[in-house]
Design a protein around this ligand. Sequence first.
Ligand code: HEC
Ligand code: HEC
Length: 239
Amino acid sequence: MKQISKILTLSAVALALGACSTGLDRSRSLLNPNVSGHTLAQQVCSICHGNIGDAVNGNSVNPTFPILAGQQPDYIVAELQEFHDHHRKDPAAQDMMWGITRDMTPKQMKELAEYFSHQKPLPNPEAAEADPAMVKAGEKIFNEGFLEKAVPPCMACHGSGAEGNGPIPRLAGQHADYLYKQLVAFNDDAQRAEEDEKHHVNSNGDDLERPQGVAMEGIAHGLSDMQKHEVALYLQSLK
Ligand code: HEC
Ligand code: HEC
């Protein structure tokens, strides 16, 4: 009798697992740690960060949503952790990325990073509408910096094709509006730090929008509003 109930229990478990594994492939559950990063990428992330064409995920069309295709995997993991820890504080990030990362496991973050870094980034169709003179001015800033304000060449860290490296993000082909918005966020953080240096140093960056972006603060602060637009348009044009 004991043996039979054991067998029954085992087959119930097997059935449940079987049912789960088909369900898991299409799950949108952000609560279940057994849903793979691959499935989340296709079922959840693609709603906002996909799709130009159906085959290549991560090439968002709307500049509110950054392109993730081809992004550096270390950077993706770092940002998911930043959203999870409520460190990245842009209102759009709070509304859309905090909840999504709340119950995400380190394994899922790694799998998501793996998935998106292997998606092919496509040329950004918005690039065709950019003013060529602005793109050219942005190219100069990217390659040479802006020495009057001690802005180093962006390529020194982001790479000559803005492909990024480890925790330094790929910027090539990214939406200009998104890049500009991030440059403004770094700039605001620099301003906040300048106004209250002591607070900034002591507060673990609690008041900053992107506390991991210290390397970018002074750089963004050195660029005028026009120069931020120019360099963002140049980056958007890169393939
Ligand atoms: C409801 C829309 C929405 C969904 C769904 C969504 N995101 Fe996001 N995501 C955003 C927005 C908006 C931002 C930009 C936030 C900002 O401007 O600071 C963002 C930013 C990011 C970034 C930072 C990119 C960068 O260049 O810094 C990463 C990484 C990211 N999302 C990964 C994911 C992953 C992985 C998923 C699926 C598990 C996902 N997102 C699902 C809206 C979404
Ligand atoms: C000293 C190295 C360094 C230099 C030089 C540098 N960056 Fe960065 N940049 C970084 C790092 C590191 C990050 C990631 C910050 C974070 O994790 O929040 C970053 C992030 C960014 C982002 C945010 C991207 C995203 O997907 O959210 C933008 C935009 C950016 N940099 C633009 C520039 C531009 C434009 C220049 C040149 C004017 C430049 N960077 C020069 C190191 C650098």
